[in-house]
Design a protein around this ligand. Structure first.
Ligand SMILES: [Mn+2]
Length: 425
């Protein structure tokens, strides 16, 4: 089914990690070695950083630089979540450009699909060098040529690729994320800041601290800055949830980004199938205690991003502060089905991470079915043995109804706590 999907066409557009001619003139490894302590000049934006983030950024940037120096000439894999968003995509690219200065060749990979129309536009319009690696792709790869992997804007819990690289014995070299800590992962370099709204903010701070000197005359830099601006905007609900640090980062990026290019990315239209899912969510929603809950039934893997988009839409209804939309996503390639859901909230006191963990709990290995960050969360529930066999429409209908009822039950237990027979109060 991917043969005709737009995602496939982009794979062939992927850039190599070869430095462009103008960058090849100077030996950046030499430059980096000569200046082991990063000192951003005032003109490079040191005044933009608040004291707290300034010292932390400085410390983390130096640590990251040391890590990169220790891994000069390595090959690395940058692993993104299965459905990469603009924050992840742009930061992975920024990491790749930073690491390139140390002669580190890195490949940005993901296992799922680029689903949101804006993400497809982002990758196409900026030539963002990303590759899709399915389980089949993995079989054709010799992982022994990679000396490390990097997790950006995720902690491996949302990637099917994690187990493969771990089994191949590839060490985790860097983990840079803004989601709350998901578990124990040993990483040589770690920068996890759950109070920062976007990983793009963290990366912009690295740039400001001198890890990569952005240059407006380098096309790739302008495009990467534009991607970072898009990532920052999309993780902060168009800056409405941005805090000082995020605004400071946006201010810095504003010197380099291409506003017209960003506009073109944001103009990407929704497909008819996404519109259909949004319509289903409207039709099926139930509203209780300011929560809007909607099951949308079955949808194709490529349309998975319609779920968060539907949640984005439902949360705009009057008297609704939180929307949860879920459906069964079917991957025809892998004969796999999974329940996927998204939560959006405008209620400041509702912590999506806590809410989802509380609602759905953990699987038998202790792994939570989902989590979140400020104002947004998601969950994925594998269907295992119940996957497939949907040629029998009565069976498919029955299966959906069971999952629909169970998810509603679990959500409504938190939405209407008094209806919960187990609770004693
Ligand atoms: Mn993010």
């Amino acid at each position: 089914m991917y043969l005709n999907s737009p995602v496939n066409q982009f794979e062939s557009l992927s850039l190599t990690t070869e430095p462009s001619p103008e960058e090849a003139e100077i030996d950046p490894v030499e430059v980096a070695l000569k200046s082991p302590s990063l000192q951003p000049s005032l003109s490079e934006g040191a005044i933009y950083l608040s004291p707290r983030s300034n010292s932390l950024t400085q410390q983390k940037s130096e640590e990251l630089q040391k890590t990169l120096l220790a891994h000069r000439h390595d090959r690395q894999l940058i692993i993104l979540q299965d459905f990469p968003d603009p924050d992840a995509l742009s930061c992975a690219w920024a990491y790749q450009l930073i690491a390139q200065q140390y002669d580190i060749k890195s490949e940005i990979i993901y296992a799922g699909a680029l689903s949101h129309q804006e993400n497809i536009a982002l990758v196409r319009l900026t030539n963002l060098p990303i590759q899709r690696w399915t389980q089949q792709t993995l079989k054709t790869k010799d992982l022994s040529c990679y000396q490390g992997f990097v997790l950006i804007d995720n902690q491996g819990t949302t990637s099917q690729l994690l187990s493969a690289v771990q089994q191949a014995g590839i060490p985790l070299v860097a983990l840079i994320d803004h989601h709350s800590l998901q578990g124990e992962l040993e990483s040589e370099f770690m920068d996890v800041r759950p109070y920062v709204r976007a990983t793009a903010t963290i990366f912009t701070q690295y740039l400001q601290a001198g890890l990569l000197a952005l240059d407006s005359s380098i096309n790739q830099h302008v495009k990467c800055a534009t991607a970072l601006m898009h990532g920052l905007r999309s993780d902060t609900n168009r800056l409405m949830q941005a805090q000082e640090e995020d605004f400071m980062a946006a201010a810095y990026l504003s010197r380099f980004y291409d506003a017209q290019l960003l506009n073109a990315i944001l103009q990407a239209n929704r497909s008819k199938r996404v519109m259909d899912v949004i319509e289903r969510s409207l039709k099926n929603r139930i509203v209780q205690n300011n929560f809007s809950i909607a099951g949308v039934g079955y949808l194709r893997y490529d349309d998975r991003d319609a779920i968060p988009q539907a949640a984005d839409f439902l949360v705009t209804e009057e008297n609704v502060h939180t929307a949860v939309v879920y459906g069964i996503v079917h991957d025809e390639d892998e004969e796999l089905e999974i329940v996927i859901g998204s939560l959006r909230t405008t209620k400041l006191t509702l912590d999506p991470d806590e809410f989802i963990k509380e609602a759905f709990g953990q699987d038998s290995t202790g792994r939570f079915f989902g989590g979140g960050r400020t104002s947004a969360g998601g969950f994925e529930i594998p269907m295992g043995f119940l996957s497939g066999s949907n040629e029998n429409s009565a069976y498919a209908k029955m299966k959906w109804e069971v999952f629909d009822a169970q998810i509603k039950q679990k959500l409504l237990r938190l939405v209407n706590p008094r209806d919960n027979p187990i609770q004693s109060e």
